[in-house]
Design a protein around this ligand. Sequence first.
Ligand code: PLP
Length: 391
Amino acid sequence: MAPNPYDWIEKSLETIHRADWYRSVQPLAGRPGPVVMVEGQPLINFASNDYLGLAGDERLVQAAIAATQALGTGTTGSRLLSGHRDLHRDLEQAIARLKQTEDAVVFSSGYLANVGAIAALVGARDLILSDQYNHSSIRSGARLSGATVLDYRHNSLDDLADLLQQHRSQHRRCLIVTDTVFSMDGDLCPLPGILALAETHEAMVLVDEAHGTGVMGDRGAGGVEHLGCSGRSLIQMGTLSKALGSLGGYVAGSAPLVDYLRNRAATWIYTTGLTPADTGAAIAALDLVEREPQRRQRLWQNVAFLQQAIADLAAQERSPFQLLPSESPILCLQVADPATAIAFSQDLRRQGLWVSAVRPPTVPTSRLRLTVMATHEPAHLEKLVFALGHL
Ligand SMILES: *Cc1c(COP(=O)(O)O)cnc(C)c1O
């Protein structure tokens, strides 16, 4: 028999299984919220990115229905051809208003926003300096750009300064890229220091606000606002799919930057415009971010309660976990090894709590990762603390 050129796929899957790296999907029934139905079991949800509890909000659902009724299900083409609607501009202007930037452009996902923006901003003659813990979409964009890519140690201004000193002069343009809120740790980037270095070395800065938008800052504008850097020249990328409960990504910044991306970002030019449903839901979410600051207040009260309660547990003798430093609604409990992380996650699940186990190679050390929501009730949080105290 002729050799089958697809045989390697099953072998590769076996290897993934053997390394305990195999991943599978979890079917969630009904609308997302602080309590979700997973395989027939109600679980208190500490595993979503729905920080404000908007993904299941009736007003977003109605906005998506209204936009679909008016404009149909698909946009039928690229924004530059038949796929542009006034609703897209409304959304882009709402993002620019929240971010206090001149303009914004929406992509079909945050992943595509990073890939398209980074590959459009730098090329073979240029340099990218990237935090070692940056999101996968930043890495993909950096590779695709053809630029020289150097990782700096997580949140290390010293390492970033050294790399700029050593390498900046050999390159035409330089782009420093960082998450504002790190998705697998919950800590924040040292943005004022990064901007100061960028100024000295004539470098552009792109921040990924995926976990910051709607959550951080007095107005919910994001990590840039929280870190006191609103109005500085930098490029802000983010997603509509986390606190905003919809789907899509964006880049916000100066008018020339956004105009340039509309002409040069391949992942914007050669893909279909955002659906009316996603666009309408995101506009409704941005409206609620502005009009319901009490959601953000609830979220931060919940974060403060859990931070304190978990810190108290972790301080006890023989605590099986250590609370990693966090300044966001992402709280991580570091444990001894991958097997412990999985066992704890399963134990919590049996008690009706949905908490993710995150393991290498995604992160350097195994941990339980939990995300807090504005719509968690005190009883939800107390049940979690009780269960964590008995692990
Ligand atoms: C989720 C995420 C993205 C990708 O956003 P999507 O809209 O889900 O594609 C990009 N960067 C970070 C840091 C993220 O957490």
